[in-house]
Design a protein around this ligand. Structure first.
Ligand SMILES: [Zn+2]
Length: 312
């Protein structure tokens, strides 16, 4: 059995250049899904921007008893987006190194927007697989999250514990996942470097407070969102419909405590994915401590906490 808590949170690798699409998408020689092994038991995946402009990230976590796939991307068609095939291969590879007789897969979501759940049906007939529906009732029932959104829960993948932090605001059923093994905080679209979209400002503000409180008591190595928004110039978003040249991409990450985010290409904003929302630019959030002189729940549009104000 793997001891996932030994030396936790263990460091992984974010030494990866994310493919940033191609000038002629249908001639893009890169695979439909980019796969990066963050660690032996953790895989980061990203849908190729040539397949869908949203180019969302997905995450695959292996535990002793089962694996967790977070999100299923922006495209349903396996011919264009072979997610099931990719995940099956990754699971088979992992099981070859860590044999187990039965190994279920749990498919869940950071939130229920269409660019994160589109390939759910690819897993409908997969053996030993549970797909958690994206609705709020489905999410709270599946994870036993009582008193939503006030109380966090946990998910046990077999010695690998994942904290579940309710995160409504960007979307009503949004969840933030904290993996105790790696210290990764997987924030979906609720938090990443760049422009944030909020459909319920009060709920989002409470979510930010909840995250700050959580991160004040838990080690967080990296905050990984589901999209890349900024150029390699801090505070500069990619313009609409822009495809960043390959090689400019970095991870969609805030580095651990009190650090600036990595930058990379953005998802294309050629058309809105979400209901009318307000853009918020916290720029840099310090997730490991509440700014002493300002409550975190009061970010105004375009204003960051004092510690993270964007200077331009
Ligand atoms: Zn979203």
């Amino acid at each position: 059995m793997i001891d996932f808590l030994r030396d936790a949170p263990v460091e992984g690798s974010l030494d990866v250049v994310w493919h940033a699409g191609w000038s002629s998408p249908k001639h893009d020689p890169a695979p439909e899904i980019q796969v990066h092994a963050y660690s032996e038991h953790t895989v980061l995946l990203r849908q190729n921007m040539s397949v869908h402009f949203e180019a969302p990230f997905l995450f695959l976590l292996f535990g002793n008893d089962r694996a967790l796939l977070l999100d299923t991307g922006a495209s349903a068609d396996p011919d264009h987006f072979p997610l099931r095939e990719t995940v099956d291969r990754l699971v088979a590879d992992w099981l070859e190194r860590h044999p187990r007789p039965e190994y279920p897969l749990l498919v869940a979501h950071t939130h229920g927007h269409g660019d994160h759940i589109a390939a759910d049906r690819q897993f409908a007939d997969r053996p030993r697989t549970t797909v958690v529906g994206p609705g709020l009732d489905e999410v709270t029932a599946a994870f036993g999250l009582a008193d939503w959104p006030h109380r966090a829960g946990t998910l046990d993948l077999g010695g690998r514990i994942v904290d579940l932090i309710p995160g409504p605001g960007h979307q009503r059923a949004a969840l933030v996942f904290h993996d105790r093994h790696t210290g990764l905080l997987l924030t979906g679209d609720s938090l990443y470097p760049g422009r944030l979209y909020v459909e319920d400002r009060a709920a989002y503000s409470a979510t930010v407070d909840r995250l700050l409180d959580f991160c004040g008591t838990r080690p967080v190595r990296h905050v990984l969102g589901c999209h890349i928004e900024m150029t390699t110039t801090p505070c500069e978003d990619y313009p609409p419909r822009h495809r960043a040249p390959a090689g400019r991409a970095a991870a969609p990450a805030h580095r651990g405590p009190s650090a600036h985010p990595a930058q990379g290409p953005r998802r294309d904003r050629g058309r809105p994915r979400h209901p009318p929302v307000r853009g918020v630019r916290p720029r840099v959030l310090r997730l490991t401590g509440r700014p002493a002189d300002r409550p975190t729940g009061s970010y105004d549009e375009g204003v960051a906490p004092p510690s993270g104000r964007c200077q331009r």
